[in-house]
Design a protein. Structure first.
Length: 256
């Protein structure tokens, strides 16, 4: 706790004596939004790492605001690190309101996603896969209206996909396999007409797929294997773009 207070005080102290505009702090002869730096520092503190905020993962800044952050043990996104983030996602995450790309796959993050996560309305790409996150997907995710790519696989998320999820009209790729998600898919899922890939393999979904799924006229890949689905709508055959359909290990009693 003392370490946390000292680091934040140092950030605020340097802010008071910088040549930057109000709200910005000078580091390495550049100006950075103070609240962005504080959020990065919270990630560092939660993970018990010894870094300064600008050393965390791979970052991209524009006009002093953080627009991209990537930190992973995997090479896939070109930001492989020798350390893993751990602990909860900071409650202050909402301060990163200019963030467009957040990739934190392959870490040891745990706990719930903060409910204010939905305030990151500029977010286009979010990858929280392969962590230890739990709880329900926040209703506030429906506010992430610019999101095109969402990856939540290999966590411990439970509960139903919220109805507000259907406001993600730009979503193209949604991966949430190997979780504990349950209930039926939202009846409004057909609103996601730009969706190309939907991978919900190995969850606990049940009931029948909603008839609105036929409105996904760009869908190419659908994987609902290893769930408890019992029925498919007749209209599923209307998805002319669908090339890959995986439904094995369900409880389907009738195929249209």
């Amino acid at each position: 706790m003392i370490k946390k207070i000292i680091i934040i005080k140092v950030i605020l102290f340097s802010f008071l004596f910088s040549n930057c505009p109000d709200g910005f702090e000078e580091m390495n002869n550049q100006c950075f939004w103070t609240n962005d730096l504080i959020v990065l520092q919270k990630f560092i503190i939660n993970s018990n790492l010894s870094l300064n905020p600008l050393e965390l993962g791979v970052q991209q800044w524009e006009n002093g605001r953080l627009v991209s952050l990537c930190s992973s043990i995997y090479t896939i996104d070109g930001c492989q690190q020798s350390y893993q983030l751990s602990g909860p996602i900071p409650d202050e995450i909402f301060h990163l309101d200019q963030l467009r790309d957040l990739r934190l796959l392959g870490n040891e993050l745990n706990g719930h996603i903060p409910t204010n996560f939905g305030e990151l309305t500029n977010l286009e790409y979010l990858d929280l896969s392969y962590n230890y996150l739990n709880g329900e997907i926040p209703d506030s995710f429906g506010n992430l209206i610019n999101l095109t790519d969402l990856y939540l696989s290999q966590n411990n998320f439970n509960g139903e996909i919220p109805e507000n999820f259907c406001y993600l009209y730009k979503l193209k790729h949604f991966y949430a396999f190997s979780n504990l998600l349950n209930g039926e898919l939202p009846s409004c899922i057909g609103n996601l007409s730009d969706l190309v890939i939907l991978n919900l393999f190995e969850n606990e979904f049940n009931g029948s797929l909603p008839s609105s799924i036929s409105h996904l006229n760009n869908l190419v890949y659908l994987d609902l294997s290893n769930n408890n689905i019992v029925g498919l709508p007749q209209s599923i055959g209307e998805i002319s773009t669908l090339s890959y359909l995986h439904l094995n290990n369900n409880e389907i009693v009738y195929l249209p």
